[in-house]
Design a protein around this ligand. Structure first.
Ligand SMILES: Nc1ncnc2c1ncn2[C@@H]1O[C@H](COP(=O)(O)OP(=O)(O)OP(=O)(O)O)[C@@H](O)[C@H]1O
Ligand SMILES: O=C(O)c1ccc[n+]([C@@H]2O[C@H](COP(=O)([O-])O)[C@@H](O)[C@H]2O)c1
Length: 207
């Protein structure tokens, strides 16, 4: 099976995340995409995301009805800083026959040089990159110093097309703090959950 691994803070999940996952599913012929909320995202260790329970609940609501999408709690259960290399090792043990594809938006890929053990990541999974406004996927920075020609070609071969979506969780949290609409930015079920559960209301200072 071809399995997409999609990690993020998802605080909250928004329609940009969902379209990214669906675009990768379709273009890379993935059988499943697993959404993995990070316990602590390595390069955002000072962030103050919504609670694990809220993030999982919002993810479950957002993907409801899509048989190909699943939420995996493995990073939350492992705890500590969520290094992707550890996650891929764990997933490779859980589903040893799966071919893994790691889904990454352009802004995260811009930092990829600074991730832990990127050569091993590229051995364990095929990297699928997706554009995001403000980030240039053609700018490889220092990656050619550490990745092989073959690894770089594989990444270039798995660039996934998607209309650029200028949505971010940061903007959504800011809008909630400002009492503005987030309708059509997140699924309706997620919007309602945020409203009824007062998610982010106590986080106004941390938008
Ligand atoms: N609008 C978008 N278009 C393309 N990729 C996206 C978009 N939003 C998020 N991603 C990608 O999804 C993954 C997880 O993102 P994350 O959960 O950190 O969302 P975010 O909107 O960037 O959050 P925040 O604003 O809190 O930093 C990353 O790979 C990121 O690049
Ligand atoms: O493994 C790393 O070194 C690493 C560094 C930065 C980000 N990541 C992963 O990339 C995903 C998106 O992170 P973020 O911070 O944009 O939410 C999330 O799953 C992180 O665990 C992983």
């Amino acid at each position: 099976m071809r399995l997409g691994i999609y990690g993020g803070s998802f605080s909250p999940i928004h329609n940009g995340h969902l379209l990214l996952a669906e675009s990768c599913r379709e273009q890379c012929q993935l059988d499943e995409v697993w959404f993995l909320p990070a316990a602590v995202s390595p390069l955002k260790q000072d962030a103050n995301p919504a609670s694990n329970a809220h993030r999982v609940a919002m993810l479950e609501l957002a993907i409801a009805g899509n048989q190909a999408f699943k939420v995996s709690p493995i990073e939350l259960e492992r705890g500590g800083v969520s290094y992707t290399v550890d996650t891929l090792r764990e997933v490779a043990q859980i589903v040893p026959h799966a071919q893994l594809f790691l889904l990454i938006g352009a802004d995260s890929f811009a930092d990829f040089f600074h991730w832990r053990a990127i050569n091993e990541i590229c051995e364990l999974a095929t990297i699928c990159t997706v554009g995001r406004p403000g980030s240039n996927l053609n700018d490889w920075g220092r990656l050619p110093e550490v990745l092989s020609e073959e690894q770089m070609l594989q990444i270039k071969d798995h660039f996934v097309e998607m209309p650029l979506i200028g949505l971010s969780s940061t903007e959504i949290r800011q809008r909630i703090a400002d009492g503005r609409s987030i309708r059509y930015m997140v699924p309706r079920s997620v919007e309602k959950y945020i409203e009824t559960q007062h998610v982010f209301r106590s986080q106004v200072a941390h938008v």
